[in-house]
Design a protein around this ligand. Structure first.
Ligand SMILES: Cc1cc2nc3c(=O)[nH]c(=O)nc-3n(C[C@H](O)[C@H](O)[C@H](O)COP(=O)(O)OP(=O)(O)OC[C@H]3O[C@@H](n4cnc5c(N)ncnc54)[C@H](O)[C@@H]3O)c2cc1C
Length: 379
């Protein structure tokens, strides 16, 4: 049986990020195996995050950022400006190319196009059974296989479809990104449009819905095209990129593992912010910390606990999203117009102090939060 220092079960965003951080550390000569069934394919994804500077893993040539953004309801556009933070965009193809280029310089990192079927631990060894090439053993396994819960209650998903379009005429303002435009007339729940303008003729425009129902991509695409027609009229454009996805929005992720050296990472570990779906920056922060723990020889504390008060805030927001989704546009507009946008984004990234949260929350119209409390639970 072949033995490795580290095995990655899944070489997506979290798996590759962890390897990237390992290769920047004193552990860079470790023997690493990445097991990934879709090896050679790059999923179409757009990763956005906010920070004071671009993250080190974000290749310089692929950096795009905005300091201004808007929320829109009807004709009213609420413009906001970030002062210390910026909102960054990274395309998955640039990310994969950059990380794979780095890995090429390390013959100690091995890839195998393979599906992991099960993982178990005995003492200090972790065993990874694969679908067609037998079993591998390792001192640590980092597992980002998608978590499928056996939920009795339905969870909410953020479902979306986005088109990067090049229009024949200038219609976009590249200085301001559209965080949420609630002008989605056909919607029965909480839907919004997200617009990332790269120039006056090029933008990624996404239709997003929070739903616990099964959904059809064609329906989302139809809604997106309706929006484009309604907002820009008969606009001639070419589609240069398309992405779609589903992000679980739940505080119920209970990552299971076969032992302390079998560590869940990524969305499978609950690193996705339940109320917003953002994950990328958290993946980078946690991978950085994981590597620091490994460098110190720690086998414990390789799991990240969220602060209970942020789980509490998420549960209230999810309670509102489940039961009163039509109140969310007003809530987000209220949130961003009563505190500085930097503070709100830091709050959404769980980087605020308790007193900052008291200040921020005390400025809100709290009727809907009291309603949310009446249906409080884990969602
Ligand atoms: C389209 C899209 C856009 C997103 N945009 C943003 C964004 O703008 N900002 C943000 O913060 N977050 C965003 N997210 C959320 C999150 O950042 C991504 O989903 C991210 O890819 C999560 O990383 P991950 O490694 O946990 O999962 P993945 O990147 O999905 O990686 C999991 C890997 O496990 C592999 N795998 C599955 N089963 C097995 C198996 N049996 N054996 C071995 N490997 C297996 C999969 O093939 C996959 O490569 C987005 C998500 C999607 C879907």
């Amino acid at each position: 049986m072949k033995k490795f220092d580290y095995i990655l079960a899944g070489g997506g965003c979290a798996g590759l990020s962890l390897v990237y951080h390992l290769l920047d550390s004193s552990l860079k000569d470790s023997n690493i195996l990445i097991l990934e069934p879709t090896l050679g394919e790059i999923p179409n994804k757009t990763w956005c995050y906010w920070n004071t500077a671009a993250l080190p893993i974000h290749p310089e040539a692929a950096r795009f950022s905005w300091n201004s953004f808007y929320l829109q309801q009807g004709k009213q556009q609420h413009q906001h400006r970030l002062t210390k933070l910026a909102y960054y965009h990274l395309n998955s193809h640039d990310f994969y190319t950059h990380v794979l280029e780095k890995i090429k310089n390390f013959p100690n990192v091995h890839f195998l196009k393979e599906e992991v079927s099960s993982i178990h631990s005995t003492g200090n060894e972790v065993y990874v059974e694969t679908k067609s090439s037998g079993t591998y053993s390792s001192s640590y396994v980092f597992d980002s296989r998608i978590f499928v819960g056996n939920e009795t209650q339905p969870i909410l998903n953020q479902v979306f479809i986005g088109l990067r379009i090049k229009s024949n005429t200038p219609v976009f303002d590249p200085n301001s990104m559209g965080l949420m435009d609630f002008d989605t007339p056909g919607s029965s729940g909480f839907d919004f449009i997200y617009t990332l303008p790269f120039s006056d003729q090029e933008a990624l425009i996404e239709y997003t819905a929070y739903t616990s129902d099964a959904y059809r991509e064609e329906v989302l695409l139809g809604s997106l095209k309706n929006f484009l027609q309604q907002k820009y009229g008969t606009l001639a454009y070419q589609i240069t990129f398309q992405e779609s996805g589903q992000i679980p929005m739940t505080t119920r992720v209970q990552p299971t593992s076969s032992g302390s050296r079998h560590v869940r990472i990524g969305t499978a570990a609950g690193w996705t912010k339940p109320s917003t779906g953002y994950t990328f920056a958290q993946i980078q922060e946690n991978c950085n910390q994981l590597v620091a723990c490994l460098e110190q020889g720690a086998t414990q504390n390789l799991r990240f606990q969220r602060k209970p008060r942020f789980i509490f805030y998420d549960n209230i927001l999810l309670s509102i999203a489940h039961h009163w989704p039509k109140r969310l546009p007003g809530l987000f507009i209220n949130l961003f117009s009563t505190s500085s946008p930097d503070l709100v984004f830091r709050f959404l990234a769980e980087k605020t102090s308790f007193w900052e949260e008291v200040k921020l929350l005390s400025r809100l119209k709290f009727g809907i939060f009291l309603k949310g409390l009446t249906r409080y639970g884990t969602y």
